[in-house]
Design a protein around this ligand. Structure first.
Ligand SMILES: Nc1ncnc2c1ncn2[C@@H]1O[C@H](COP(=O)(O)OP(=O)(O)OP(=O)(O)O)[C@@H](O)[C@H]1O
Ligand SMILES: [Mg+2]
Length: 331
C-alpha cells in the first residue's frame, strides 16, 4: 500500500470574481521514502494541494469538494478536527510558504517547538527544550539557547523560516509537505537544510512533497516530478526522463526558461508567452492551449486527460499532441 494516496482532490474558492477551481481533480500516490517535486507557475494550485492534503484549506472561502486523501489507508478528508490534530505535527507535518502562518506571535520559539514534542513524543519539558535547541542548531541558527526564549518578531525573516523548518522536522513525520522551504535562504543554508531533509528521509523513511520554483533543487532532491498547470497535473514522471525529454508543451516551456551555466550568454532564454489563466474562467478545452505553440483546433474544445505515455515507464502527460511530440526535443 502506498503511504499517501490522493484521489481526485478538488478544492474551490468562492470569491467576488466567481468560483476559483484552485485544485481541479488531482490524483497521485506516494511511497514511503519517496520525494515528489511539485512544480508549476505561481497560482497553479501547488500550495492549495498541500493544504487540501493537510485538511487546512481556509473555509470559507475554500471548499474541499470531493476526493480522498488516504494516509496508510485512513481518509484524512473524512477525519474530524480532533483526529486530524492527532495526525498533523505527528505523522504529517508541513513547512509553509509563509513562516508567519505557522508561527504563533504570542508564543516563545521554545513553546512553538516543544509543544508537539511534549504532546506526541511524551517528552518532559527539559527534554523537549534540549531537543528544540538541537533542532535550531541543525538548521543553522546560532545561539539556539538564547533564541528559544525570544518571540517570532525578534527574529529575522530567514531565521523565522528556519524555525518553521525545525518545527516541521522535529517530530520526524512519515510525510513532510515542504512548500518552498528554502526559497528565501542563503545557498549554503539551503544546502544544509536539504541535507537535513534527506537525512530524516533515510533514517525514518519519510516521504516528502517538495514544492519549489527552483528546478535545480528538484533535480537534486526528487525521485518523481509533478508539473501543475491551472489546478491540474499536466505531466508526471521520474525525474531523469522528464527533465531530459519533457513531453508536455508546458513542461518544455518551463525547462527552456531556465538559464544554464553552459549556455551561450548571448542567446535569449525562451519564456512562455502569455499569462497564466484566470482560474475563475477557464477555457473549455486544454487550459494551456491559448499559450501553446503546438495547439490544434481540437485542443480548444476538449480537455485532455492525464494519460500514460505509450512505451514510457510510468510517465503521463495531459496533451492530445503527446505522441506527435515524440522525440521532438532530440531534433
Ligand atoms: N484563501 C484563498 N481565497 C481565494 N483564493 C485563493 C485562496 N488561496 C488560494 N487561492 C487561489 O487558488 C489558486 C492557487 O493558489 P496556490 O496558492 O495554490 O498557488 P501556488 O501554485 O502555490 O502559487 P505560488 O507559486 O505563487 O505559491 C490561486 O488562483 C489563488 O488565488
Ligand atoms: Mg504556493
Amino acid at each position: 500500500m502506498a503511504l499517501l494516496d490522493v484521489n481526485d482532490l478538488r478544492v474551490r474558492f468562492e470569491t467576488h470574481h466567481g468560483t476559483v477551481r484552485a485544485v481541479d481533480g488531482v490524483s497521485f500516490s506516494l511511497d514511503e521514502g519517496e520525494t515528489l517535486g511539485l512544480v508549476g507557475e505561481s497560482g497553479s494550485g501547488k500550495s492549495v494541494t498541500n493544504l487540501g492534503i493537510m485538511g487546512l484549506v481556509p473555509s470559507p472561502p475554500g471548499v474541499v469538494e470531493a476526493g480522498h486523501v488516504l494516509l496508510e489507508g485512513r481518509d484524512l478528508v473524512q477525519m474530524s478536527d480532533a483526529q486530524l490534530r492527532g495526525v498533523r505535527g505527528n505523522e504529517v507535518s508541513m513547512i509553509f510558504q509563509d513562516p508567519m502562518t505557522s508561527l504563533n506571535p504570542l508564543l516563545t520559539i521554545e513553546r512553538q517547538l516543544t509543544e508537539v514534542l511534549e504532546l506526541h513524543r511524551n517528552m518532559t519539558r527539559a527534554e523537549a527544550r534540549r531537543a528544540a535547541a538541537k533542532g535550531l542548531d541543525e538548521v543553522g541558527i546560532p545561539e539556539p539557547e538564547r533564541r528559544l526564549d525570544q518571540y517570532p518578531h525578534e527574529l529575522s525573516g530567514g531565521m523565522r523560516q528556519r524555525v518553521m523548518i525545525a518545527m516541521g522536522l522535529l517530530c520526524e513525520p512519515k510525510l513532510l509537505l515542504a512548500d518552498e522551504p528554502t526559497t528565501a535562504l542563503d545557498v549554503t543554508i539551503q544546502a544544509q537544510i536539504l541535507e537535513l531533509m534527506k537525512d530524516l528521509q533515510e533514517r525514518r523513511g519519510t516521504a516528502i512533497i517538495l514544492v519549489t520554483h527552483d528546478l535545480g533543487v528538484v533535480a537534486g532532491m526528487a525521485d518523481r516530478v509533478h508539473v501543475m498547470y491551472a489546478g491540474r497535473l499536466v505531466e508526471t514522471g521520474p525525474i531523469g526522463p522528464l527533465f531530459k525529454d519533457p513531453r508536455h508543451p508546458y513542461t518544455r516551456g518551463l525547462l527552456q526558461s531556465v538559464p544554464r551555466l553552459t549556455g551561450d550568454p548571448d542567446v535569449a532564454l525562451d519564456s512562455i508567452p502569455g499569462q497564466p489563466p484566470d482560474l475563475a474562467a477557464l477555457p473549455p478545452g486544454c487550459s494551456f492551449a491559448p499559450r501553446c505553440g503546438f495547439a490544434k483546433p481540437t485542443c480548444e474544445l476538449d480537455r485532455p486527460a492525464l494519460d500514460l505515455i505509450p512505451s514510457q515507464d510510468s510517465r503521463s502527460s495531459a496533451c492530445f499532441e503527446t505522441e506527435n511530440l515524440l522525440g521532438e526535443s532530440d531534433q
